[in-house]
Design a binder for this molecule. Structure first.
Ligand code: HEM
Length: 227
């Protein structure tokens, strides 16, 4: 059986060729010069998100989410684990890159008016993704359990606690009690590696489906005189 015959066999049974055409052979707007690069910001965010998922999974193989061992396990990753320092570095800088890229992607969508009809739902799902990215940053920051992590989370949860009406409940739910401790770490870890990735994967699926379904918007053009 030739590779071509194998491909035809699979396509007839799964519709793979149509999925391929929808994803890879779709129309991309013609943008020249630096403007063309703005269209790569969403894909760049997607790339860094994938990198974070892979490096995060590798880190989780040696990280211990408990106040007694978290700090030492992070030091262990940095000093003893093969490529540990490199992988932690990628995850650390990847987190910052993700925030910067998602903000730039959002700005390009805004300034090119790509959020307008019919792409409002893509924008709304995008806002959810933005909130989720912030959630990853906030929950991940605590995990090394060093002074910076501890006090930054203390400040963050105190700010959440100042929200009118629901503030005290929010801070209690985040901390897992009245004070920061083992329960806070367990909660943040569960959010960081379970809840947020699952919700983000679902939101990303919806976002990318909408992007492919609508097609990418054309760059805005100056209105011709008289038209
Ligand atoms: C995890 C975060 C995100 C990822 C991975 C992501 C990914 C993508 C990709 C790959 C595209 C197509 C290529 C492009 O236009 O750059 C896209 C388009 C789009 N994104 Fe995002 N995005 C994210 C967050 C956001 C946010 C925060 C917003 C706005 C609040 C947003 C709104 C949109 C819109 C409206 C489009 C359609 C643009 C057009 O048709 O020209 N996205 N996104």
């Amino acid at each position: 059986m030739t590779p071509r015959a194998c491909w035809d066999w699979a396509c007839e049974r799964t519709g793979l060729d149509r999925v391929w055409d929808a994803l890879m052979a779709r129309h991309i707007p013609e943008a020249r010069g630096p403007v063309a690069w703005f269209y790569a910001l969403g894909s760049a965010t997607l790339f860094v998100f994938t990198l974070q998922a892979v490096t995060g999974a590798l880190l989780a193989m040696n990280y211990v989410p408990s106040p007694d061992h978290a700090y030492d396990s992070v030091r262990f990753i940095g000093s003893q684990v093969l490529f540990g320092r490199f992988i932690r570095g990628l995850h650390h800088w990847g987190a910052s890159a993700m925030v910067i890229l998602v903000a730039l992607h959002m700005l390009r969508v805004y300034f090119m008016a790509a959020y307008k009809y019919p792409r409002e739902a893509t924008w709304i799902v995008g806002v959810t993704l933005f909130t989720l990215v912030m959630g990853f940053s906030f929950t991940g920051y605590l995990l090394p359990w060093d002074q910076k992590a501890y006090w930054a989370t203390m400040v963050g949860t105190s700010i959440a606690g100042q929200t009118p009406v629901i503030g005290p409940y929010m801070s209690k739910v985040l901390l897992g009690g009245a004070e920061m401790g083992a329960a806070t770490m367990t909660r943040f870890y569960a959010l960081h590696v379970l809840v947020l990735p699952m919700v983000t994967a679902a939101a990303l699926g919806a976002h990318l489906f909408l992007v492919v379904w609508h097609g990418i918007s054309e760059p805005p053009r100056r209105k011709e005189q008289g038209s």
